[in-house]
Design a binder for this molecule. Sequence first.
Ligand code: GLU
Ligand code: ZN
Length: 354
Amino acid sequence: MSKVRTRFAPSPTGFLHVGGLRTALYSYLFAKKNNGTFILRIEDTDQKRTVEGAVKNLIDTLNWAGLNFDEGPYIQSERLELYKKHAQQLINEGKAYYCFCSSEKLEASRQAQIAAKLPPAYDKHCRDLNPIESQKRVDAGEKFVIRMKVPLEGEISFTDIIRGEVTISCKNVDDQVLLKTDGFPTYHLAFVIDDHYMDITHIIRGEEWLSSAPKHIILFKYFGWEMPQMAHLPLLLNPDKSKLSKRQGDVAVEDYKAKGYLKEALINFVALLGWNPGSTKEIFTMEELIQEFSLERVGKSGSIFNVEKLNWFNQQHLRLKTDDQIIELIKPILIENFGDKFGDKFPTIISKNY
Ligand code: GLU
Ligand code: ZN
């Protein structure tokens, strides 16, 4: 196997979701275990969702958790020319096409499909337009998006490290938009190009992307690039087995940090949400996780995010701390609330009197 390179590729939406922390952790552990490289890439191509200050916050939170990246952050919005060039290449090779449909037209067709109980998909209206005519319309300034031409027949099969053999018929794969009217790529185009140029060997990401994987495999093929291996992580669930949501508790890593949870506890807890060490051992340090982690031991079914269990991990990790370590942890909180009255004498004063 060539040198392992993994990436964590969040969209900067303002905070780090605990599911994102788990994805980042597994990518980090897998890279470290294999003496590989862990990369941070900011996927900010959806300008509507991008939040001011989110990137700094993300990096601070990852560093707090001990997930230090070796390369990056690479920022997708700084790489727009690269994506455009590749979309153009697909057009030139007949593997993608211009679509001029208005959002009203697309919405009407979507509603009609829903009414007919069909899965909503693009009706391929522009797929067979004459390419020369289309180019003229583009040159004349008409608005367009670029869509990929998915084969009409056949099926796509691949082996996911966690899920095994997956097969999806091309009929169920939509002619995905690759480049939007605003000139920004969609996730699908941007990450394929980036994973290729960043030499990513393993794509470790959430289960929500599994159904899009065939599109991605087709894109790698269209470009003639080697496909990284894929591992789709199981969902995180609320105790009632619904998809983990804010309504039933905190989902931001920053919330747990602010409440004073130990990073060691949060990491240990999140590591076991999906990964099974194959023994009864429950308490792991980051070093032990790196030694023992494997993607093959990640399960397929969703894992319940149970705060009581997190509280238990927090107790266990707190017990492992020495007095001096506890003082160091309490110090910033006392200073924040009462000011730095003790100056340099702080640690000794506290440790004598508690
Ligand atoms: N930006 C995507 C997300 O936040 C990344 C998915 C991936 O890792 O490829 O879900
Ligand atoms: Zn169209």
